[in-house]
Design a protein around this ligand. Structure first.
Ligand code: ZN
Ligand code: FE
Length: 256
């Protein structure tokens, strides 16, 4: 029996914890305190940490957790990530003995160049690549790179549970409504996720089916999104990467 929960950290981060009755995995522990509190409360020890990318809000808790638990730390090869015991890159497989979990590593550059996502047992830990109804900002990569990363995630099954590293969903929905406001699936998601947040619940994990249907950053193959980009660019037939890049640029301006 495995339990998967998003532990809130900082303002809007989630540290995903996946555990059996004794051992846990933590994904992107930006701070140690909430992880230690949860593990103590449930009589667990930390077996492994998975890291998606080098940003501090995903790595800040590693030194303290590693010192306390002596856990394995799987992360991309980037000197800005402390305490790494196992470097990973796209195409790798990670086998954890306890909890017994196997992950496939996908290279998903765009937000950062080192960004990877972890897929295991139907759950995708995609860090700051895909958010609920949104995607990460292009700090190091460009639109073509991020669109290619998202394209690889679009090949995963509909039922894949999407475990993002931030609770940005409601704000992302507000933006999505400005570019795709006629989409009935998006309107339904807005109702459902606003109710979840009003009840103090996370909107995540979502599913890849829901993101496909509602997330404008995964919909660059949709005629409606292509038409939106064509209008903004003032020319017809933009490529998928151009559609993605246009929506990302409009969102950056909307964020202010
Ligand atoms: Zn980040
Ligand atoms: Fe982040």
């Amino acid at each position: 029996m495995l339990t998967l929960i998003p532990l809130p950290a900082f303002e809007d981060n989630y540290i995903w914890i996946w555990h059996d009755t004794r051992h846990a995995v933590a994904v992107d522990p930006g701070e140690a305190a909430p992880v230690i509190a949860y593990l103590d409360a449930h009589g667990l020890t930390l077996a492994a940490i998975l890291v998606t990318h080098h940003h501090r809000d995903h790595t800040g808790g590693i030194p303290q957790l590693r010192q306390r638990y002596g856990c394995a730390v799987h992360a991309p090869n980037n000197p800005r990530i402390p305490g790494v015991t196992h470097f990973v890159r796209g195409g790798d497989t990670i086998d954890l003995p306890a909890p017994a979990l196997r992950f496939a590593v996908h290279a998903t550059p765009g937000h950062t160049l080192d960004h990877v996502s972890y897929l295991g047992h139907g759950c995708l830990f995609c860090g700051d690549t895909v958010f609920g109804c949104g995607c990460g900002k292009l700090f190091e990569g460009d639109a073509a790179m991020m669109a290619a990363s998202i394209e690889t995630l679009l090949a995963l099954p509909d039922a894949t549970r999407v475990c993002c590293a931030h609770e940005y969903t409601l704000s992302n929905i507000d933006f999505a409504l400005t570019v795709d406001g006629e989409n009935p699936a998006l309107l339904e998601r807005a109702r459902n996720d606003r109710a979840l947040r009003a009840a103090g619940q996370p909107t995540l994990p979502s599913t890849l089916a829901l993101e496909r249907a509602t997330n404008p950053f995964l919909r660059f193959h949709e005629p409606s999104m292509q038409a939106f980009a064509a209008m903004r660019l003032g020319r017809s037939c933009p490529t998928p990467a151009e559609v993605f890049g246009t929506i990302r640029a409009v969102k950056d301006a909307w964020d202010g």
